[in-house]
Design a protein around this ligand. Sequence first.
Ligand code: SMO
Length: 749
Amino acid sequence: GSAQNGEARQQGWIGRARRRREDAALLTGAGRFAADLPRPPGCLHAAFARAAEASGVLRQVDLSAALGLPGVVAAFAGADCVPAGEPAVNRFFPDLPASRFLPLARDRVAAAGQPLAIVLAESAMAALDGAEAVLAELEPLDPEATEPAFAGQWRSGDAEAAFAAAAHVVRAGIRHSRLAPAAMEPRAALAVPREGGGLTIHLSTQTPHRALADLAAILGLDPAAIRVVAGDVGGSFGAKASLHPEEAAVAWAALRLGRPVSWQATRSEEMLTATQGRGQHLRGELALDAGGRATALRAVIETPLGHRLPYSAAVPGRNAARCLPGPYAVPAVDIALAGHFDHRAPMGIYRGAGRPEAAMLMERLMEAAGRATGLGSEEIRRRNLLPPEALPHRTPTGEVLDSGDYPALLARVLEMGAGLREACAARRARGELVGLGLALYVEPCGQGWESARLTLAPDGRILAATGATAQGQGRETAYAQIVADALRVADAEVEVLHGDTATTPPGIGALASRSTGIGGGALMQAAAALEAKALPVAARLLQSPPEALRPAPGGFAVAGAPGRQAGWAAIAAATPADPLEAEAVFHAPGEAWACGAVLALVAIEAETGIATVERLDWVDDIGTVVNPMLAKGQMLGGLLQGVGEALLERVAYDEAGQLLSGSFMDYAMPRADDAPLETRLGAPAHPSPAGNSPLGAKGVGEAGCIGVPAAVVNAVADALAARGVTLDSLALPLTQESIWRALNSGGSE
Ligand code: SMO
C-alpha cells in the first residue's frame, strides 16, 4: 500500500545514488569468479569432446587414445554418465515434452557441440589434448524439421468480426535473430566432493538454489548433500538461469573420481552450447476502425527451442504472447504460439525474454496503422494507449497491468525530443537519410516469491541473507539500502549475503526483473519480523512495556522520552547466546508491470547502409527507485544490448546446423562506438509504484532490451521510407548490409 511505500522512503537510504560497495573489489581485480578460486589439492581440469555434426547416430565413443595421453587421468562418455533424473522444466504448457537432458550424449546427437565425453587431466592443456583425442563414430542424419513441441493459444473477444468490420487492417512480420547472451564471464564450475558423500560446487549461475535441486535430481543425491556457491558472477542475462550439461558432467565426474574438478568454458564453447535467446518469428495484423482505434489483434508466434529444453524454454514464447497488445487498448485478440525443436543450441530466456518481441510487433503495427490511417506515429498511439484511469487493467491475454500512465510517458518522451522532428525534416530536405522511431512498452516484472533471513550480529550489525543473487547489478548495495531504511540504521551497518545455498534461505534467483521488488519485499518482511523479536528485548533494556516503545533512529525509544533509547548493538549485547534472527518468504500478490517510452533518431549513410543511432530519448517508469545510479546503469547496459539486437547481433548457422558465429570475430557484439551518440534518460513526472510489493519497486534490468530495439527499428524504417523502402516484413538485425540491400532494391527483403 502507499502508506508502506511512504514509510519506506522516509528513512532516506532508499532513493539515494549510493556508490556500489561491490566495485572496489571488482574494479581492482580482487573479484572472486569461479576460475579465480584457489584449486584444492588434487584438483583435475575438465575438457569436453563435442559432436562435430548437428544430427546423427552415435555409434561409438572411443576414449582409449585420450586415456593414453600424459596427464590425462580419466575420461567418460554418455554410457558411463547416466543421469538419475532430469532437471526441472517450467511447465507452462501441458504438452511440453520431457527436457531431454543428458550430461553427455548417448546414442543420438541432436546438435553440433553437444558434449560427447568429458576428459579429466592434471592440467587444462592436457585435458584439451585429451578431448581432441576422443574418437567419436557419428553417423550423420539430415537435420530434419520437427513437429511442434508445444502450442498455446490466447483468444478473447470476437477478433473475426472485428477484422470483418475493420476500416483498416495493417500487417507486420518480424524474424528475430537468435542472440547470444554472451556474459563477460563464460560458464565455469569447480566441483569439490565432500568427505562422507555429496559435494560443494562453485558455479557461475544466477539461480544457485535451482542448480542445487537440478544437480540433486541428476546425480540422485539428497539435496542436503549439495552446496552450490555462486561467488562473483560476471553477467548472466538469462543464460545462467538453468544448469547446462557440462556443469552436470563436471559434478558427476568429481563424485565419480572423488577429486575436485574445475572447468572454465571458452568463448567458443559459450557460443556453441550456452542457451541463446530470441529467434522468434512473429506475424501480426491489427484491425482498426475509421477513427484509428484498434479493434482486434491477430498474431502467430513461432518460437524455436533448439535441441533440448532448459528450465525456461517456454518463457520467451509465452511472454511474447501474453505481453501483447502492450500498453494499448485492443478489445479482441487471437494469438497462436508454437514451439519447435531444432538441431541447434538450446533456447531460453535472454534479457527481455519475449517482451522485446511483443513490443516490436505492436510498435511495427502502430507505425503501419499511423500510415494507413494518416494519423501518423504520435496520434495513432495517443488514440490507442490505455489511459491511466483504466488501470489496473485486465488485458485480452489475461494479464493485469497494475499501474502506469502511458499517455504521460509518450508526452514526456516527445517533450524530451522536442524539435527533433523538425530537425529531421530539414535534414531530409538536404537529402540526408534520417528517421525518428517511437516505441512504448510494458514489462512484466516481479512475480512469485523470494526469501530473506536477517540476523542481528553480536556487534549490532545486520546480516541480510537473500535467496536472490547478483551478477554485477549492485544488488548488495541496493539491498543494504532497503534493510537500512526498514531498521533505521546506516546502510553501512548492513552486510548482504547471497549466492551460497549454505548461508542463504531458498530462493528463485536473479531473473524476470524481480530481485529488487520481490527480493526487497522479502527483506522488508524479514526486517518487520526482526523488529517484532527485538521489541521485547528493547523493552526489557528500557524497563518499559513494549507498547510504550516507538521506532527510533538506530533502534527503539520510549515514547515521550526520546533520550531513553535502545540501539541494535545494545539489543544484540542483551541476547549474546541467542542472536536474534528472522526469516520471511514474500509471496508477491500478482505481477508488477513497468512501462516506458523511447524515441530514437537514426541517420543512415546511403552509400554504405551504416545506421547510426544519433540520439536516444527514453523515459522508464519503474515505480520506487531504490538507487537511481544503479537503475541508470541497468538502463544503459540494456540499451546497448537493445541496439545490438536491432542493428548488429545474429547467431548464424548453416543448413547443416553448423554454427557460423562462434566467436566475437563473427558475432557482432555492440561496442562503445555503437552506443547512441547522445542518450537522454528521463524520469516520469509521477512514477507508478508497483502494486505487488511493499517497496513499490518494479524491474529495470531488462527494460533497455524491450523498448529500444523497436524504437531503433522504427527509426530505420522511417529513414528508409523517404526512399520508398518499406519494411513491413523484416529480418533482424538491420545490419549495414541489409539496409544497403533494401536501399538498392527499393523494397523489403
Ligand atoms: S531473461 Mo529475464 O530473466 O525474463
